[in-house]
Design a protein around this ligand. Structure first.
Ligand code: ADP
Ligand code: ZN
Ligand code: ZN
Length: 746
């Protein structure tokens, strides 16, 4: 959507609304124009159907496709100045790239309070002064408006004027100010809220930076060369190689130039520990954007970033939409992490938007990871990204290799076989800590009847229910349905019901029985629901006494646990033979990250990986040569199979409680698309419809149609056509559908 130059007094405003329709809605301006004139980026309140909604002006025009007389005027303009231009650009880019309605995109990217129409303060402030006319005005002019007269009287006593807040604090209103301004008695001016004075270079840091090792220094020097332009880099460094220290020193250089740094971290990476590390280093504010903020705190952070008052912003996925007055660098830590991709509604990938944004701003971009995504790795190998490597750990020991432990035919206790339990015992006896990783919370993956083979299944999903003991119940991890434990098998009446397999609770129980002297800390979503619970547990662990940690992937990433020397993976097989082509990549990343928790300080680490597939060539490659070797092999396989990153993908996802409705629409959409593709020789392939991997979820049926293309522009053209077709199709109103560009999971 190109920016159309704005007429000074437009007759029509094209407004983006929180509506699923992919178009703007035309309204007439209201009587009072905003102080800076009509322009794109102003929030307005309009009546839309029977509701009042907040929309954003995107076009100011002379004409509409509708007769002007049919257009309603907007109710009010909510802003005096437009929303930040960089933010607006990013929203437009996002809507176009992800083929999502622009109104919905803007809405999602706005802090809640702004979405609700609350005023946006903090970037500039208004000052009101008496004009010379106002100084001379005769008192009887305002005889019928006593509040205005009182307001004028107050302003007369302040020759330099008063800021709005001071006026409103005296219980005058904005309308009274505007009324006086309309009469020419007062005038309004706007002054930027000053960014804090630049800290003197010598006083930027609150604690000295660490002296860098040779590799870190070379990396930082390379990053310093590219501070003035778009320089995408993959910082590919083993776990514990000191990537964060490199980020900190890069940020230092950026803020010393009066620019801002935006740091994106995975959901479980924004721990108090990480934040504390940033805050300890700098003498300036570090603004954190995470799910724990109140709406007011979030708005404050947003405006601080937009005004430039916040030099360093760190946040999870949605922080990529933070406006920046003076962007200097964007860093995406653990760039491979799945939490950067939003999996519902607007299905954006924050890493990919970060790339687009850095390009737009002409600033450097750093993607950091020990286990880069195949997308980023391919770009680095192809020379599109600079490939910076850190191969050594800051501590003495290199990351431990994985030792594969064959599970076949072995008796297991809480998921663990005897030699592994012995290794755990030896580690504890040596005074060290052990981390046991198991990717399943609850007591056991399901409950089974030993008489007839019945398994506890969810009524609403194609999935088994997980057995929990604390408290005792069956829970579906896909839809959150819960059921009490049955006393007897619902099929055959037998009382011989047994847990099948192991989850965190069962492993915890086994370990507590086997090592009664040693504390066992379970860390999963259930044990850390209370805020701060995780930090408290980890605080205990960091004191260093021997202990056992049993946890899910919450424990696998980011945490620095210096006393852990043995890591045990209860079962490595989840991703090995999955139907999703990315499953192996993701499970290799997870294994490498878990392994990276071992031996990060004084003592060498060991990683024991239990598997039913100890001969699997991929697993062996990962174990013997590490993630990079496996990743390069997977890239070759992807190239041969014409899969991402060598081909582009999009999914049309459809779901409905009615199986036939979703089947019919998916079939019709695929047929229409194929006809269109054939007719225009678009070089896009259409596959499906096929059932989603878990077809029934929450009692809704899920189907998908896949589009693949070698050229991204072709793929986008086809998806855009499909979206238009669906919007015009009456049957599509009864089925929920969405588009997923660059899907991460099938
Ligand atoms: P990564 O982000 O690559 O996992 P970190 O930056 O967290 O690694 O560093 C791991 C550990 O090594 C941290 O405790 C950090 O303080 C330490 N460290 C990093 N760089 C240095 C250095 N140059 N000298 C000494 N210690 C360092
Ligand atoms: Zn039974
Ligand atoms: Zn369910």
């Amino acid at each position: 959507m190109p920016d159309i130059p704005c007429p000074p007094a437009p007759r029509v405003l094209g407004i983006a609304m929180p509506s699923p329709l992919r178009r703007l809605f035309d309204y007439r301006p209201c009587q009072t124009a905003p102080a800076a004139g009509w322009q794109p980026g102003l929030r307005v309140r309009v009546s839309f159907g029977r509701r009042q909604v907040v929309g954003v002006v995107l076009e100011c025009r002379e004409h509409s496709t509708l007769p002007l007389a049919d257009l309603k005027p907007i109710e009010a303009c909510l802003d005096d100045a437009p929303l930040p231009a960089d933010w607006l650009w990013l929203c437009r880019f996002t809507a176009r790239y992800y083929q999502h309605p622009l109104g919905g995109t803007l809405h999602q990217a706005l802090p809640t309070l702004l979405r609700q129409g609350r005023p946006l303060q903090g970037r500039t402030r208004e000052r009101w002064r008496v004009t010379s006319q106002g100084l001379d005005a005769a008192p009887e002019r305002l005889a019928r408006a006593p509040r205005q007269a009182a307001l004028l009287g107050m302003l007369r006593q302040h020759p330099h004027g008063l800021v709005s807040q001071a006026v409103l604090a005296q219980s005058f209103t904005r309308d009274q100010l505007r009324a006086l301004a309309d009469k020419g008695l007062v005038e309004r001016s706007e002054e930027p809220l000053a960014a804090p004075p630049l800290t003197e270079p010598g006083r930027l840091l609150a604690e000295p930076a660490l002296p860098l090792n040779h590799e870190q220094a070379a990396t930082l020097a390379a990053l310093h060369e590219g501070l003035e332009a778009f320089h995408p880099c993959l910082l590919h460094g083993v776990t514990g190689s000191g990537k964060t220290e490199v980020y900190l020193q890069l940020i230092e250089a950026v803020v010393a130039r009066g620019r801002q740094a935006l740091v994106l971290v995975p959901e479980i990476g924004l721990t108090p520990q990480t934040l504390a590390r940033f805050r300890r280093r700098f003498r300036m504010p570090v603004v954190a954007l995470h799910s724990g903020l109140t709406d007011h705190e979030r708005l404050d952070a947003w405006t601080a970033a937009a005004s430039g008052r916040a030099p360093i912003v760190i946040g999870t996925r949605s922080a990529v939409f933070t406006p920046l007055a003076c962007p200097g660098v964007i860093i995406v830590d653990e760039e491979h992490d799945g939490s950067f991709k939003q999996q519902e509604g607007l299905r954006y990938h924050a890493r990919d938007l970060a790339v687009a944004r850095a390009h737009h701003h002409h600033i450097p971009l750093v993607l950091g990871s020990a286990t880069p995504s195949l997308e980023s790795l391919q770009r680095a190998l192809a020379g599109d990204y600079r490939h910076l490597r850190l191969t050594q750990r800051a501590s003495r020991h290199p990351p431990a290799r994985l030792e594969l432990i064959d599970l076949r035919g072995r008796r297991r206790q809480g998921g663990l076989i005897p030699p592994v339990l012995e290794a755990i015992g030896e580690t504890l006896a040596a005074g060290h800590q052990v981390l046991v990783f198991i990717n399943r919370r609850g007591f056991a993956p399901t409950l089974a009847c030993h008489a007839c083979g019945w398994l506890a299944e969810c009524d609403h999903c194609d999935a088994r229910m997980t057995l929990h003991r604390q408290p005792p119940l069956l829970a579906c991890h896909h839809c959150d349905r819960r059921r009490p434990l049955p006393d007897a098998c619902p099929e055959c009446g037998s009382a011989d019901l047994r847990p099948l397999g192991s989850g965190t609770e069962r492993t915890e129980e086994t370990l507590a029985e086997r090592f009664p002297e040693t504390p066992v800390y379970r860390i999963d979503r259930d044990s850390t629901r209370r805020r701060d619970a995780l930090e408290q547990l980890l605080g205990e662990v960091r004191r260093g006494a021997p202990c056992l940690l049993v946890g899910t992937q919450m424990l696998a990433k980011g945490h620095h646990l210096p006393h852990v020397t043995l890591v045990v993976v209860v079962n490595a097989d989840a991703g090995l033979y999955a139907s999703d082509f990315r499953a192996l990549e993701h499970s290799a990343q997870l294994l490498e990250q878990v392994a990276g928790r071992a031996g990060r300080a004084a003592h060498r680490g060991r990683v024991l990986v239990q598997t039913m597939h100890a001969d699997d060539p991929n697993l062996r490659l990962l174990a013997h040569q590490g993630y990079d070797a496996l990743a390069e092999q997977l890239l070759e396989e992807r190239r041969a199979a014409a899969l991402p990153p060598f081909r582009f993908l999009a999914l049309l996802r459809l779901e409905s409680p009615r199986d036939e409705a979703v089947q019919a629409l998916a079939g019709a959409a695929a047929r229409a698309l194929r006809d269109h593709l054939g007719e225009h020789r678009l070089d896009v392939d259409c596959l499906g419809p096929v059932p989603a991997p878990m077809e029934r979820r929450q009692n809704r049926y899920h189907l998908q149609v896949m589009l693949t293309a070698e050229k991204r522009s072709r793929l986008h053209a086809a998806v855009a056509w499909l979206a238009t077709w669906l919007e015009a199709e009456p049957a599509a109103r009864r089925v929920r559908w969405s588009l997923d560009i660059d899907p991460q999971t099938l």
